[in-house]
Design a protein around this ligand. Structure first.
Ligand SMILES: [Zn+2]
Length: 104
């Protein structure tokens, strides 16, 4: 039993919510008005949630950039593989797939 609870919710530190913030981030159940309500998010929890949200947004942005880079590099890889295949075909089978500048 705590000694701060007041029957009139207007004067009770919990304002009838069932929870009172007795210290920064420390919530206590009101002996009179608490009937199983979940504890409200303290300011530090809210600040932490905002930080988490910002961090998640940054991560999502980095994921988008990373996916674009993979797409671009995949295209480059495909082009280089095609070029390699052309070179090998030219060398092994003497099929003129590449236009050579013989005067070079
Ligand atoms: Zn109360």
């Amino acid at each position: 039993m705590n000694d701060w609870a007041k029957f009139d919710r207007k004067f009770c530190p919990c304002h009838g919510s069932g929870w009172a913030e007795v210290d920064l981030g420390i919530w206590k159940r009101c002996a009179i008005h608490w009937h199983g309500q979940t504890a409200p998010a303290s300011e530090s929890v809210i600040a932490n949630n905002i930080f988490t949200q910002e961090r998640d947004d940054n991560i999502r942005q980095e994921i988008r950039v990373s996916k674009l880079m993979i797409e671009e590099l995949t295209l480059q890889l495909k082009q280089e593989q095609e070029h390699l295949l052309e070179l090998q075909t030219e060398l092994q089978e003497n099929i003129p797939t590449i236009t050579w500048n013989r005067n070079k």
